[in-house]
Design a protein around this ligand. Structure first.
Ligand code: ATP
Ligand code: MG
Length: 287
């Protein structure tokens, strides 16, 4: 081997994962996937739609009293991963999920586990507000009735009020609880959906682009609300808005083509991304 060749060999062997990352290749998640106090622990999660491998070996903790933002280009698997966390993917034909996801130590994909109560423990707020075609009161009371959470009308009334208060909607609707939820503004409807989620005492709240159908004022109200909800719940939010991720989250996870490329404290990910793919995305070079 000549001198140059041996130099190249030495150079190549010295390439670290971080160097590779700077070249824009994926070679394993960069950053700390764990949190000191995890509510949910996801390990080597894989998802396929038929032959399409949509989530590849993703491992990530969902921390207690923390908001984790999931960002990345369209189609990278954010919604798919979020849906793994409360087994919503079960409802999609041809979708297979492998790997381990626990909630407070309990494997949520255990065969014997009923996904219906799981979806109360791990609630979901969707992109488009989707109140039921029922009154404001009934929208919030619905889950509590199904899950048998209250014993009397007075208890149910109190639960509806508390949930609407936590969702920051009570003062706007207290005089018209019997009117249809669909008659509220988009931002109010989204807060109604959050109240409905809260009413069944979740531990984790999943939000898939919860503000994308809202104007800036309604968005600001929901963002403030997310910050307050963090005191009681763990939250995972998918967003296309980098500003929103920076404003509401403590941790950020960057997905690319089904891989979890980088995860870290939000300030670090946005000010000093360690992976070239993350850097390209947050500086607007693609996505
Ligand atoms: N029901 C489905 N059947 C088949 N393929 C699907 C299905 N849902 C998603 N996919 C595919 O899985 C991949 C990940 O999709 P997903 O919706 O999770 O992406 P996303 O990051 O949420 O995108 P967006 O930002 O556009 O919402 C994509 O390639 C998508 O086409
Ligand atoms: Mg999506």
């Amino acid at each position: 081997m000549n001198a140059l060749a041996s130099e190249i060999v030495r150079d190549t062997s010295a390439v670290s994962a971080a160097d590779l990352a700077k070249g824009g290749h994926f070679s394993g998640t960069i950053g700390d996937i764990t949190t000191p106090d995890p509510r949910m622990v996801c390990r080597e999660v894989n998802v396929w739609y038929g032959d399409k491998h949509a989530i590849k070996d993703v491992s990530l903790d969902i921390g207690n009293h923390q908001v984790v933002a999931m960002i990345g280009p369209s189609g990278c698997g954010k919604s798919t991963f979020l849906r793994c966390l409360n087994r919503m993917n079960d409802t999609i034909d041809g979708c297979r999920v492998r790997g381990s996801i626990t909630l407070d130590g309990q494997e949520i994909y255990d065969k014997g586990l009923d996904p219906v109560p799981l979806r109360a423990q791990v609630g979901m707020v969707f992109q488009k507000p989707n109140p039921f075609p029922k009154s404001i009161y009934e929208n919030v009371a619905y889950g509590a009735r199904i899950h048998g959470l209250t014993n009397s009308k007075a208890e149910l009334d109190a639960l509806v009020e508390t949930s609407l208060r936590k969702a920051g909607l009570w003062n706007e609707v207290k005089d018209r609880l019997d009117q249809p939820g669909t008659g509220l503004s988009g931002g109010q409807q989204q807060r109604l959906c959050i109240a409905r989620t809260i009413a069944v005492s979740p531990e984790v709240i999943l939000m898939d682009e919860p503000c994308s159908a809202l104007d800036p004022i309604a968005t600001a109200i929901i963002e403030e609300l997310i910050d307050e909800l963090r005191e009681q719940y763990s939250i995972a939010i998918v967003t296309h808005s980098m500003q929103q991720a920076a404003r509401v989250s403590q941790r950020t996870a960057y997905f690319h083509l089904g891989d979890l490329v980088e995860v870290g404290e939000t300030t670090q990910v946005f000010t000093n991304p360690r992976h070239k793919l993350t850097e390209d995305y947050i500086t607007g070079r693609f996505g």
